[in-house]
Design a protein around this ligand. Structure first.
Ligand SMILES: NC(=O)c1ccc[n+]([C@@H]2O[C@H](COP(=O)([O-])OP(=O)(O)OC[C@H]3O[C@@H](n4cnc5c(N)ncnc54)[C@H](O)[C@@H]3O)[C@@H](O)[C@H]2O)c1
Length: 266
């Protein structure tokens, strides 16, 4: 029995930064495989359309919309279009997130603001506009894709990224507390060191790593995972299906670490 049959899911950041499977794309496709109708939203409409097209090619139902998650008017429009098209919103998944390298001394102020707008304000905006519709529909599930970097220093200073994810964790907790009595559940997933296009490109984009350095970074990445291998985007997507489904109907305000043991301190 499909776990999300009859539900409508809205995935913000449903494209993939590069070839392969990013977390948002995998979540959108896995939601559809579990029977959900999916609205795929991305800054880049072509990326959202790729994901929606993949869902339709598997026999699922999906539409693609363009929108900048950091812009209030875009997110308001996306949520109103979702409700107009599918009649409500059962699941909202906030996946957008960018990494910019730098510590407090060297990170330019405008990059701090940009990371916070994209990683944190985006989820504030989508929840602001989606929650009233969820309440009107009898409840819903919000899933915020955070990171273990919100609870640990991971060896490279990305101060804005780490701080935005820590704030996202607490925004998840307090929003869950506020809306629990109205059956809106809010949970976070904290991916660890994953094998995704974002992870592969970030070392190159952020500090210009050569292919040789990238191979070395990748080897060290694997060594930091006690289970001995890197998870992929479907490890995140399957955790997201749990939070989207009624299997987690009594679970709210939780931060689920999906990291193969990296944060255990082994
Ligand atoms: N990949 C990892 O190793 C890893 C580890 C920990 C946490 N995460 C978190 O997972 C999330 C996404 O990872 P992913 O691998 O799917 O990334 P991704 O970059 O592959 O996918 C994100 C999508 O979001 C879109 N996007 C970016 N900015 C946007 C904006 N302002 N408005 C709308 N769409 C926008 C991009 O176009 C892209 O298609 C992020 O929140 C990231 O912090 C990833």
């Amino acid at each position: 029995m499909a776990k999300l049959a009859g539900k409508t899911a809205l995935v913000i950041g449903a494209g993939s930064a590069d070839e392969g499977w990013g977390n948002g794309k995998a979540c959108a496709v896995q939601f559809a495989r579990e029977g959900a109708r999916v609205v795929c939203v991305d800054l880049d409409l072509a990326l959202a359309e790729d994901t929606a097209q993949m869902i339709r090619s598997e026999g699922g139902e999906a539409i693609a919309l363009a929108g900048n998650a950091a812009q209030a008017e875009d997110m308001h429009a996306v949520i109103e279009q979702t409700v107009a098209h599918f009649g409500g919103i059962d699941t909202l998944l906030n996946n957008v997130g960018i990494v910019v390298a730098g510590g407090v001394v060297d990170l330019p102020e405008e990059q701090w603001d940009r990371v916070f707008d994209i990683n944190l304000k985006s989820a504030f905006l989508t929840m602001k506009y989606a929650i009233p519709h969820m309440i009107a529909g009898g409840g819903g599930s919000i899933i915020n894709i955070s990171s273990i970097s919100g609870i640990r220093y991971l060896g490279k200073n990305y101060v804005a990224y780490y701080s935005s994810k820590a704030a996202m964790n607490h925004m998840t907790t307090v929003t869950a507390a506020e809306y629990a009595s109205q059956q809106v559940r809010v949970n976070a997933i904290l991916p660890g060191l994953m094998d995704t296009p974002m992870a592969r490109t970030s070392a190159k984009n952020n500090w210009g790593a050569s292919q040789e350095q990238l191979d070395d970074v990748w080897k060290k990445r694997v060594e930091r995972v006690p289970m001995g291998w890197l998870g992929d985007a479907f490890d995140i997507a399957k955790a997201a299906v749990f939070f989207a489904s009624d299997d987690s109907r009594f679970v709210t305000g939780q931060h689920l670490v999906v990291d193969g043991g990296t944060t255990l301190g082994v």
